[in-house]
Each structure stands twice: as structure tokens, then as C-alpha cells.
Design a protein around this ligand. Structure first.
Ligand code: HOZ
Length: 441
């Protein structure tokens, strides 16, 4: 794929639409994950043929600048040659053994070196972020002997039953407050509080302090759009957990190795008891991980009574992709450059919106960002829901028509990769100027 694409109109065309028609007959909603249906932006789903660097090639042959980045993993850009090569070499040695390998030990050691929550602790590999959060909470409950968990309104931690209460991401996109099929009992011990509301957390601990096993939080919310924590918020959470004997779980599936090598824990200087990882940790392959304090992790079977298992856990291909990705990131950390690129995008988009007379706030943290159509700060899910999501949908369509792919929901984050350079920034800002002009005409 060239750096200067020839066909840029990314709007799904005849080939994508034909695939969507076939898919709808055999896959519910035509997609394997709801947000991919593009429903909230009023487009048919986009089918991808390939990805390289900052670009995706669509089924219709357009090359679009991609800010979905596989929903976060593609920090090195798509199909980084070293990562692809590592996966190919691992594949040649066998796809899956259901037994331990040297590579997974080295990978676990690397994770423990890089993430502050794992320093001196332990980590367990699983297959997805959903598995990581679900297992971390089982562990927190098993270790404390308590049942209640506290999550944030609009926080999304995958699709385990107990966490599908007031969830963000696809549930927010489709306006689903919970999910059918989740028994009341499964969420009876899930307490939901607004994000960035320290008083609400204090209140919950006042009422249920000795029943609360854990707080689970995306330290930078990324599934209600990008909403950074207010100063002192994460620190307050840390001290509430300490005072009440609850386990602090950072869901760093999105932020791990994205905000910094040590994720949000490093970026904000707050160390959780347990951390959940995925996305970048798997280098684009299906991999999750959870870990942290050694005394907590010792409760896991076969050492202890908390059970969790998986045939594909520590899969050699996923480990190869994750380990190579982290090796590249650690050798030459790109975080300063990613921040600068994101800053240029955010400021450029805000300027373009202002010039068009459209109220927009681009909220960001390092290389995560979201365009909110509002003139007010967005601090939590209620604020995010109050933004103009119809305007977002129009903007999304106009950007895609100009060759820039944003996540197809007002409640998701965009991701910048090291492959997004000047050309891609310029192209994105030019598209934004065109899109805002179209929206006002
Ligand atoms: N839940 C993901 C976004 N936060 C979407 C996953 C996907 O559709 O691939």
C-alpha cells in the first residue's frame, strides 16, 4: 500500500455492500462485534481488505487513514514487518500446544518489567480483554471474600455478565442500558457510579465499604469517548481501596502500553492492585493478561482456590506478536511523538470546527482522542450522552467520504499510531475542513 493513496473515498461501495448483504444472512447483524455495523453513523458496515501502516485498504479499493487501529492494538501501524515476521516464525513451529513454552515465560517477564502494577508481582495470560477483566474480578472476589464490585457509568470492560451494567462502547452506541440474557443476580452486586465523581465513590464506600471486593475502572475512559481522569480522582480511588480493604483494578486493556510503556499507572503515578491488559499487549493478536500483587495472584489455581483456565492461553502466535510489539516499543518509546501528532490533530480539528462555526471539543490523553460535538467539557457518560451524536454521525460520514476512518460511534476513542506522520495529519485536517464546511452548507 502506498503512502499517497490514489482512491481516497472510503464510503462503502458496491463490493463492501455486497459483502454486507452476504454477511447479514449468516452473521447476526452482519458483524462479529456490534459497533462494526456502523449503525449509529448511518452507514453500511465497511469491509477491510488489508492494512499497512496508518492505512486500511477497503474492499472497494480505497486507502483510508485509519484511526480505529483495531480499537487500539495497532500502535506500530498495521502489519509491522517485525511483528508479522515473528508471528510467521512462531506459526512455523506450531500453532497451539496446550502446554507451556519458553516464549510465554519471557513474555510474562517482559510484562512484569514494563508495567508498574506487575513489578514484583505475577501475571496470567488469557485470550481477550473480556477474559482478563472477568478473571481479575473473580480473583478480587475470591481473595477478599466479598461480592460487590464498583464500576463506572459508561465504563466498558468487555461483555462478561457482571460488567454489562451501564456499559459503554457498543452498549452505549446502541443505547442498551444492559443486556438481555444477563440474569438480575449476575449484576445484583455491581454498583455503578459516575466517572470522575469522587463524592459518589466515597458515598458508595460509606454504604457498602466492607462488602466491596473491587473497583474496576478504565483509568482514562475510552469507551464513552476519551475522557481523562480529573486531577486526584485516581489517587482518591487508591486511598479509598486502601482504607476499605478493596482491590483496585485498572482496566488498562486500552491504555496499557498506549499512554506510556507503563500505561496509565505510570502516566498518572497510581499503582493498582491488579491490572488488566490486552490490545497492544497482544500486538494485534487475541491476547489478554491480568496480574498484579503476588499475594493476590497466589489465590489462583493451581496455587489457590480461584479457578481460571484456557486451552489457548499463552498461545504462541499471540505471544510472539505481543512480545515483539513490546520489544519495539521499549527499545525506542514513541510516546512523545505520538503525543505531538495527537496534539496537532486535536488542535487542527478544533480550529477547523471553529472556523466553520461548529461547537466541537477534542478530548485527548496521549494518543487517544475523541471529537465531541459540544461546547462543554465532557467529564462523564452523562456529559457524553448530552453531546450532539447526530452531528458526529454526519462528521463521520463526511470524513470517510474524504478518506479518513474514525471509529463509527460517538462513544469510542480514536487511536494514533507511529505510522501516522505529517502526510496523514495533513490529509486528516484537510478532510476535517471539508467535512465541517459540508456540515454547514
Ligand atoms: N468494543 C470495541 C470497542 N471499544 C469494539 C470491538 C470491535 O468491534 O472490534
Amino acid at each position: 500500500m502506498s503512502a499517497a493513496p490514489s482512491v481516497t473515498r472510503g464510503t462503502p461501495g458496491p463490493r463492501s455492500n455486497a459483502l454486507a448483504e452476504r454477511a447479514a444472512k449468516v452473521i447476526p447483524g452482519g458483524v462479529n462485534s456490534p459497533v462494526r455495523a456502523f449503525r449509529s453513523v448511518g452507514e453500511p458496515p465497511l469491509f477491510v481488505a488489508a492494512g499497512r501502516g496508518a492505512y486500511l485498504e477497503t474492499a472497494d479499493g480505497a486507502e483510508v487513514v485509519d484511526y480505529i487501529g483495531s480499537w487500539g492494538p495497532a500502535i506500530l501501524g498495521h502489519a509491522h514487518p517485525n511483528v508479522v515476521d515473528a508471528v510467521a516464525r512462531a506459526a512455523a513451529r506450531g500453532l497451539s500446544f496446550g502446554a507451556s513454552t519458553a516464549a510465554e515465560v519471557a513474555f510474562a517477564e517482559r510484562l512484569c518489567r514494563l508495567h508498574p502494577a506487575l513489578e514484583g508481582g505475577m501475571v496470567r495470560l488469557v485470550n481477550s480483554g473480556t477474559e482478563a477483566t472477568m478473571s481479575a474480578l473473580r480473583l478480587a472476589r475470591g481473595a477478599t471474600g466479598r461480592n460487590k464490585i464498583v464500576k463506572m457509568d459508561g465504563g466498558y470492560h468487555g461483555h462478561a455478565d457482571a460488567l454489562l451494567a451501564a456499559a459503554g462502547s457498543g452498549a452505549a452506541t446502541l443505547g442498551l442500558p444492559g443486556s438481555a440474557g444477563v440474569p438480575e443476580g449476575a449484576v445484583a452486586d455491581t454498583v455503578v457510579v459516575p466517572y470522575n465523581d469522587a463524592a459518589a465513590l466515597e458515598d458508595v464506600f460509606e454504604r457498602f465499604g466492607d462488602e466491596i471486593a473491587a473497583i474496576i475502572v478504565e483509568p482514562v475512559a475510552g469507551n464513552m469517548g476519551c475522557i481523562p481522569p480529573e486531577p486526584g480522582y485516581l489517587e482518591g480511588m487508591r486511598s479509598l481501596c486502601d482504607r476499605n480493604g478493596a482491590v483496585l483494578v485498572f482496566d488498562e486493556v486500552m491504555t496499557g502500553f498506549r499512554l506510556a510503556l507503563g500505561g496509565a499507572a505510570e502516566r498518572f503515578g497510581v499503582r493498582p492492585d491488579l491490572v488488566c491488559l490486552g490490545k497492544i499487549a497482544g500486538g494485534g493478536m487475541p491476547l489478554g493478561a491480568y496480574g498484579g500483587r503476588r499475594d493476590l495472584m497466589a489465590h489462583l489455581a493451581p496455587e489457590g482456590p480461584v479457578y481460571q483456565a484456557g486451552t489457548l492461553s499463552g498461545n504462541p502466535l499471540a505471544v510472539a506478536a505481543g512480545d515483539t510489539t513490546l520489544e519495539i516499543l521499549a527499545a525506542d518509546p514513541p510516546y512523545e511523538a505520538l503525543r505531538r501528532t495527537t496534539e496537532r490533530l486535536a488542535e487542527g480539528i478544533e480550529t477547523a470546527a471553529r472556523e466553520a462555526g461548529i461547537a466541537v471539543r477534542v478530548q485527548r490523553c496521549e494518543s487517544m482522542w475523541t471529537v465531541f460535538f459540544t461546547d462543554r467539557p465532557v467529564r462523564n457518560y452523562a456529559d457524553a450522552k448530552a453531546t450532539d451524536t447526530d452531528a458526529f454521525a454526519r462528521f463521520h460520514r463526511a470524513m470517510l467520504a474524504r478518506g479518513v476512518l474514525l471509529p463509527p460511534s460517538a462513544f469510542e476513542a480514536c487511536f494514533v499510531s507511529v505510522a501516522h506522520g505529517d502526510t496523514e495529519v495533513e490529509r486528516t485536517l484537510e478532510a476535517a475542513r471539508g467535512a465541517f464546511t459540508e456540515m454547514t452548507s
